[in-house]
Design a protein around this ligand. Structure first.
Ligand SMILES: C[S@@+](CC[C@H](N)C(=O)[O-])C[C@H]1O[C@@H](n2cnc3c(N)ncnc32)[C@H](O)[C@@H]1O
Length: 227
């Protein structure tokens, strides 16, 4: 009996983690509503670490229930905010929670993976990623894909509720690949941003809440001096 309960518990846990990773069924959509509320203070804290101007063009990757898009659209009042998410449940939820700015042409939500963003090079002033990086399939290439769509001088902001206090030891890395999410340390994040090609990397931590924010920039094109 105990074994049966344990198996059931692990099954429900894995199903829940998978629905948080890629919300599709009603169960995942329920979590999107909860996350819209529970991630709001974390998102407000993280967004303080990047300058957002009224006319900015912004992308929110892994937009989930769409709350971050609402916040960004309230800041970039003369700009445009795009959201992408690979889960159909998240795209539907984000479109529903941003119906009026979408109708006004100020917000657009598309279904896409971070690994293949449907935007030309050099499009965005800022890209945000809140509570989603844990699930990306190919971290370095996914960060490079974001770098591609950032304008020179543009910034990526990664905001996470949970990070590891210690760097992942090499022997543990294959085991982590089996889990549906991944926790990284601050040093891992700095290495990741740098390996992907970001510069001006800054990290911020709220130790009381266990929150992390990483910011990296796409190098601005050097000024040309014609001789
Ligand atoms: C935990 S939710 C966070 C949602 C939202 N950013 C928030 O803060 O409430 C993670 C979201 O990332 C999305 N996601 C995970 N992997 C993704 C990928 N490879 N490409 C695009 N979206 C992804 C999931 O579908 C889900 O909506």
């Amino acid at each position: 009996m105990r074994i049966l309960i344990a198996v059931l518990f692990v099954g429900v846990l894995l199903y829940t983690l998978n629905q948080v990773r890629k919300p599709s069924k009603w169960y995942g959509r329920l979590f999107l509503r909860i996350m819209n509320a529970s991630h709001s203070p974390l998102t407000d804290w993280g967004l303080q670490h990047v300058r957002i101007e009224k006319q900015f063009t912004i992308l929110d990757v892994g937009c989930g229930g769409g709350r971050t898009i609402q916040k960004l659209a309230a800041l970039a009042v003369d700009g445009k905010v795009y959201g992408v998410d690979y889960a159909d449940g998240s795209v539907a939820a984000s479109r529903a929670s941003n119906a009026s700015p979408i109708a006004a042409g100020r917000v657009e939500i598309r279904q896409a993976s971070v690994s293949a963003l449907p935007f030309p090079n050099d499009t965005f002033d800022v890209v945000t990623a809140v509570e989603t990086q844990y699930y990306w399939p190919d971290l370095v290439n996914d960060m490079r894909e974001i770098l591609r769509v950032l304008k020179p001088g543009g910034r990526l902001v990664v905001i996470l509720e949970s990070y590891s206090k210690v760097a992942t030891k090499a022997p543990a890395r294959p085991a982590m690949k089996l889990l549906p999410f991944r926790k990284m340390s601050v040093d891992d994040q700095i290495n990741l941003f740098a390996t992907a090609g970001f510069t001006g990397i800054e990290t911020f931590q709220d130790r009381r809440n266990g929150w992390f924010c990483g910011v990296g920039q796409k190098t601005a094109e050097p000024l040309r001096h014609d001789s």
